[in-house]
Design a protein. Sequence first.
Length: 308
Amino acid sequence: MTIIIAIFQAVLLVVCAPLISGITRKIRAKMHSRTGTSIFQDYYDLAKLWRRAEVHEGGSGLVSRLMPPIFLGCFILVAAGLPLIMQVCPVPLLGDIITILYLMALPRFMFALASIDSAGSYTAIGGIRELLVGVLVEPSLMLVLFVMALACGSTNVGIMAASVATLTANPFVAVVVAGVACAMACYIEMGKLPFDLAEAEQEIQEGPLAAYSGPSLAMLKLGVSVKQLVVASLFVAIFLPFGAAATLAPLDLLLGFVAYVIKVGIVLLIAAVIENSVMRVRYKLLGRYTWFVVGIASLSLVFLVIGI
């Protein structure tokens, strides 16, 4: 039964990710007093790209060809292992924070490696920027998950979710501060303004996407959308597990699914409003803003050590 739920979660996030991206884009257009494209535009774009022939740069090699499926596949695995509908992980091996961190770091590594493997210097600059964002935000996310592991007594996300849901995760203040730091780190990981722009394939942030076409570009675009939904789901699974099913009863699973949809919808709506209320920051100045996230994550560790 849990394997079926894991597959359902992975399929659900992959199918809904383009829709979420379209809704976010529609909200941006409305806030800017524009009509905007259809919320189903991403589906149209993906279908068009899948039908096109794939063209590779002359100097690109095996790394560039392997990067798109690895990028998408890693986030699908994370989606399958998170406790989204239930309070326990459908696949315990994929629900460990160490596994999750590695699965989230591998796409970024492959993304940067593919930019170097490409023949163009423009794509290399985009890869460097992606690594810079990773260096600035990943330590905060790792520290937050480490604090939660100590507070809950396990590195399994399902046990963390159960501890938070039953209010047995201690100390309480450290958990709350860790939740704030995790929310900020996840916002940056989602590629939102002012830090990034998820569909900026013609800009420095996603320069490597300019070297792809056809099905490979479709996988990358879908992977970027799935990443945003997976990161939001990770925050919801750990710090907002309320309403998730405690048993495998059909009614509990249905209520857990409804609760998950509502919670993720609220989180994504808040992120969309924040994104459309700020301006983009030059990548050289990102450290000035991300150090604040590191500080809050470190503060949660301090509260954990002193026991408050």
